[in-house]
Design a binder for this molecule. Structure first.
Ligand SMILES: N[C@@H](CCC(=O)NCCCC(=O)O)C(=O)O
Length: 257
């Protein structure tokens, strides 16, 4: 039997304070789902924007140079928010931002779409996909009349916070409808922001009961360029739909090799 191909998928890191020092890293559940659910080799990409201890890497980590070494790109969730300046809005003073991550992901997303490199974006990553391509976000979905509160109950243990929260309606003839084999599926919900104006070139794949866009894919991509607002990496092996998403991402990458 031939040696299994292990395509390489880049994960842009978040920047956060750990003790005295700023660190770059990503959530372990994403790494796990990529390796064992998608069958790819995850590699973490340092944020390239300048920081407390970092002179910007923008000159030595140009998007094409980074993407030349990758077979796919994965954008994780995070408690930080995309800077609203990128979609023409003011940032509240208490907004948790990660400018170093924004400086890394937004240009990388645009170039990956242009180069038809498979891309999978989760939660914050989906929001970055939309903003990178010219869309906008609701900064506080729960304050929008008629919209649900999509935030997790932070008083619960992790298992409760990432449990199923609501159904999503999968659009007919969409990628997700085909993967699910159903019109509706249950998903978790761990976000305060959401898609407001969907970027040109993205097509809705799923919506929440309040109409919020829960998934979209790029029409300018021949394979797999998908963003989802929920968290399929969470215990993906226990959910056939979550598992199917990661498997489809890995398959799209291998088909392109
Ligand atoms: N900050 C954004 C995105 C929320 C998000 O990505 N939540 C997951 C955080 C932790 C994890 O990685 O699971 C928003 O609030 O909408």
């Amino acid at each position: 039997m031939g040696q299994q191909l292990w395509p390489v998928v880049g994960i842009p890191c978040d920047v956060y304070q750990h003790g005295l020092h700023p660190h770059h890293g990503s959530g372990e559940k994403y790494i796990n789902a990529l390796a064992h659910g998608a069958g790819v080799r995850p590699v973490l990409l340092p944020a390239i924007g300048g920081g407390t201890d970092l002179t910007p890497l923008t000159d030595i980590c140009l998007p094409d140079e980074v993407l030349d070494s990758l077979d796919g790109l994965f954008l994780t969730g995070n408690i930080s928010n995309v800077n609203p300046q990128f979609y023409g809005e003011q940032s509240p003073s208490d907004n948790l931002l990660d400018p170093q991550r924004d400086a890394t992901t937004l240009p990388l997303i645009r170039r990956a779409i242009e180069r038809d490199i498979p891309l999978f974006a989760v939660c914050r990553g989906f929001q970055e996909l939309n903003v990178a391509l010219g869309g906008s976000l609701y900064q506080r979905v729960h304050e929008v009349p008629g919209m649900l509160d999509h935030r997790e109950d932070s008083s619960l243990p992790r298992e409760g916070q990432y449990d199923y929260a609501h159904e999503i309606l999968l659009v007919e003839d969409g990628l997700l409808r085909g993967l699910a084999g159903a019109e509706r599926v249950r998903v978790n919900s761990v976000h305060g922001q959401g898609i407001h104006r969907l970027a040109d070139g993205l097509e809705i794949e799923a919506t929440a009961p309040d109409g919020l866009i829960e998934a979209a894919r790029s029409l300018d991509h021949s394979r797999f360029a998908l963003g989802v607002q929920f968290h399929p990496e969470w215990q993906y092996q226990r959910d056939p739909f979550y598992s199917a998403l990661f498997r489809a991402f890995g398959d799209a990458i291998r088909e392109r090799l």
